[in-house]
Design a binder for this molecule. Structure first.
Ligand SMILES: O=C[C@H](O)[C@@H](O)CC(=O)C(=O)O
Ligand SMILES: [Zn+2]
Length: 281
């Protein structure tokens, strides 16, 4: 089993504007998230979010981060959310095992000592996309079944952005210190997400793009300030960090899905600054 955590620093809008393709990719793109039998995480200094993939096969996996975070155990001062985009599996939270179907998720309380991830079948491993943010108090752990997510249909075929936003961790229906998380699915024949674009200077956001129509599908993700945009080409199951000042939207060569996660100043999903189409450069 490989455990890998990389650090990504925070940048100014001017930094992002100056970066060439390689720099932009190395600073903001996580190329490897799911690797059979391994844990791959990124620690970003943008609001100290930790995100990545846990992919158990024959053996269960546990995220162990104590020295790196200067604490006694990983979730001593953090909360954790995940959505499973692989096969069925389980999570054992301080000794209590919960079955996890594809597209089910979980919110796990600050103070939890052991979170153990497992797959039902090594041939079709679960792919747990995990996100952890700093927390100040313990709120109850909660199963987040796909069927219980808050579905928000958005967009239309004419604008090629017909999609359903499934909110999993939403402060209007449950307690969470900082983390908000969800899964957005584009309808067949639709390619644009989060267009019209927005920013939210009060929150940073990560996007994991997944479930592409075919292996040659690519999503072009746009970032930067509205008047100085940049783009990154993504393969399936890659993630991108979006600093608070940055737009975050994308277009694919087929339909696809993505998992978004946010943290920062507030938990108001609708606190977005819509970008006027005339302002985009
Ligand atoms: O701040 C909110 C996030 O960017 C996403 O929820 C947007 C999204 O899923 C979409 O428009 O499809
Ligand atoms: Zn957003």
């Amino acid at each position: 089993m490989a455990f890998n955590m990389v650090t990504r620093y925070a940048h100014s809008p001017e930094d992002m504007d100056r970066f060439d393709t390689e720099q932009l990719r190395s600073e903001f793109l996580m190329e490897k998230i799911f690797s059979a039998g391994d844990i791959y995480l990124t620690y970003t200094y943008n609001d100290r979010m930790i995100f990545g993939g846990v992919t158990p096969t024959t053996k269960p996996l546990e995220i162990k981060l104590d020295k790196q975070l200067g604490v006694d155990f990983f979730l001593q001062r953090r909360e954790l959310g995940f959505i499973n985009i692989g096969g069925a599996g389980s999570v054992t939270i301080d000794g209590q095992e919960e079955h996890i179907e594809p597209h089910d998720g979980y919110y796990i309380s600050m103070g939890t000592k052991h979170v153990i991830f497992a797959s039902d079948s090594a041939d079709k491993p679960a792919k747990f996309y995990v996100v952890s943010t700093p927390a100040h108090r313990a709120y109850p752990s909660k199963k987040l079944a796909y069927k219980d997510s808050i579905s928000m249909p958005m967009g239309d075929q004419e604008h090629m952005n017909k999609r359903v936003i499934h909110k999993y961790i939403d402060a209007s229906t449950m307690d969470t210190c900082q983390l908000q998380m969800g899964y957005t699915v584009l309808e067949p024949g639709n390619s644009w997400n989060t267009m019209p674009a927005h920013t939210h200077a009060r929150r940073m956001e990560t996007y994991l793009y997944t479930e592409f129509g075919d292996p040659d599908t690519r999503v072009v993700h746009f970032m930067g300030t509205p008047d100085h945009t940049k783009h990154i080409f993504l393969e399936p199951d890659q993630a991108v960090v979006n600093p608070s000042f940055s737009i975050h939207c994308g277009v694919g060569t087929t339909n696809y899905a993505f998992i978004w996660a946010m943290c920062g100043e507030n938990q108001t999903y609708s606190d977005m600054d819509q970008v006027d189409m005339h302002a985009l450069r």
